[in-house]
Write a protein that binds this ligand. Structure first.
Ligand code: FES
Length: 281
């Protein structure tokens, strides 16, 4: 059972125990004066009529039995409350230590891509002042881990080691929590990105029109090795994406915020080479 579910069950147990104890207490407060009145009345009648003694004994027995039952119930509920409280505290600690949330509030890469429009400038990984600003804005608790990592990635384009270390120094987030979160979500990048972001559409229309060959040609011409997505000069990062929404132009790619369609592998290579010389100048 997950810690979050167990904590919820324990909390429900705590609330139910408290509700039952409160209800028992209120019933006792309501009934006691009435019981005492009945006993006093029967005692008075017993002094005048000895036949009422039996009634008095029966009433005594009923009230005593009810008290004993209530005491046993109270003990049982108190133990249940203690057990549920202990379980809740233990599970809450576990939940607070969990490094990941079930889902990202929004796609991390989308933030990065938006910043990669024409003229966008990514932060210098050697300058950590942005990390301090991000921590001041997002908070220092474990719950701020994802927003902080998202903001760092949006600023630098990836998660620099020095920036992550700074987060550990400035927050209550441990290195283990950061490592767990950043490795869980594939959109968090551990390596730097290129200056330009190339998205090759691999949606159905583009796939049947040769998207695979286009990607392979771009990777080959840029010298991007197996397992990498960015060329050595960090000019281009090439990524395969789902439908870009202009299937009639298939096969399609986007360089930063510009769309190029009806491509061949050679035309795709030329599109990047038309940018590359300017960058190398
Ligand atoms: S499948 Fe490529 S744009 Fe739709």
């Amino acid at each position: 059972m997950k810690a979050r579910t167990a904590a919820t069950i324990a909390l429900a147990g705590m609330l139910a125990s408290i509700a039952a104890l409160s209800a028992d207490y209120l019933v006792m407060r309501y009934r006691t004066p009435g019981d005492e009145r009945i006993l006093a009345e029967l005692q008075k009648q017993g002094q005048e009529d000895s036949s009422k003694a039996k009634l008095l004994d029966a009433e005594h027995k009923r009230i005593t039995d009810a008290k004993l039952a209530r005491r046993a119930r109270t003990e049982w509920l108190a133990w249940a409350l203690i057990a549920c409280s202990a379980a809740f505290v233990a599970m809450a600690k576990k939940v607070a230590g969990e490094p990941v949330a079930p889902a990202l509030p929004k796609p991390v890469a989308a933030d990065v891509r938006l910043r990669w429009g024409a003229g966008a400038v990514l932060g210098d990984p050697a300058d950590l002042s942005a990390v301090d600003e991000i921590v001041a804005r997002e908070g220092r608790g474990a719950e701020a881990a994802i927003p902080i990592l998202q903001a760092i990635q949006a600023h630098y384009g990836f998660l620099p080691d020095a920036a992550l270390q700074r987060v550990c120094e400035r927050t209550d987030i441990t290195a283990g929590q950061i490592a767990g979160t950043s490795s869980f979500y594939v959109r968090f990048r551990q390596t730097p990105v290129g200056k330009h972001f190339v998205r090759v559409c691999h949606g159905t229309a583009c796939h049947v029109s040769g998207a695979r060959q286009i990607t392979e040609e771009l990777r080959r011409s840029l010298g991007i090795g197996e397992g990498a997505d960015t060329d050595e000069g960090r000019l281009f990062t090439v990524e395969e994406v789902a439908c870009l929404g202009c299937c009639s132009l298939a096969p399609v790619l986007m360089v930063d915020d510009q769309t190029v369609g009806k491509l061949t592998p050679g035309a795709a290579r030329d599109a990047l080479q038309s940018i590359e010389p300017k960058e190398r100048a």
